[in-house]
Design a protein around this ligand. Sequence first.
Ligand SMILES: C[S@@+](CC[C@H](N)C(=O)[O-])C[C@H]1O[C@@H](n2cnc3c(N)ncnc32)[C@H](O)[C@@H]1O
Length: 247
Amino acid sequence: MRRCRANLLFDVYVLNRFVKILKPGIKVQIVYDEIRKIDNSPLKQHLKRRKHKKIINGRAGREHYKLLTYLGLQLQGKFIVELGTHHGLSCLALSVNPTNEIRTYDIVAELKALHHLPSNVTTVIGNIFDLHEEHYLLKADLIFLDTAHTGEFEWQVYSYLKNNNYRGIIVYDDILWSDEMVAFWQKIDVPKYDITDIGHGGGKGPRGNISGTGVVDFSNQIVIKRSPENSIVAKIEALFRTLVGKG
Ligand SMILES: C[S@@+](CC[C@H](N)C(=O)[O-])C[C@H]1O[C@@H](n2cnc3c(N)ncnc32)[C@H](O)[C@@H]1O
């Protein structure tokens, strides 16, 4: 565990060169060019499987892990809740900054991807509402939700946050994954941003949809600085998304 902690500190040093310090009054900024520059390759040493080593450093806009690392680096001394731990990849990306505390939930114990659990991560097995631990959501500066993608749990969390005057930020993975998720995303009536083009643009939903990533800003303080990617791959993907109506 001590070795893992030391390595994560080194990772933060390497990765942090690209992330600008926040100006006062801005809770989170999402600067596309900074996210593209994130290098997640030092995180590979914490992963057991070759497939996971490949996707953790996958291109922003295809995989969402660079976005999560970027958010984790930008927040300092904050509390992050993750819903949907699975093998632990997203939790690893969120945990790169040791000043933050991460509490991650899954209904199944499947944390198989990591050699060691980062020391700033607490894992909990169960549904946060069934465990009567939903108050942790209100404490969190950032929530990352990536669960069953039926739209029901996503809406339950959203309604709870809205009804309880939440003031942070929630990132939803897979907002384009299925018709149910698209309907869920359309119903949200606080400031929201589809940031698939810098998040999870890969993946394949039941009808061949891409995954999609969205951020909901209960804080009213997000600053988003978009910039188009110049690579030919990104241009073809953007064109494809437009043609299939996901642009
Ligand atoms: C797509 S995986 C998460 C992947 C992970 N976030 C990542 O990017 O590496 C979805 C996970 O959500 C879990 N899950 C489903 N419903 C849940 C709930 N209500 N609360 C917490 N986890 C849930 C599933 O067991 C599964 O492990």
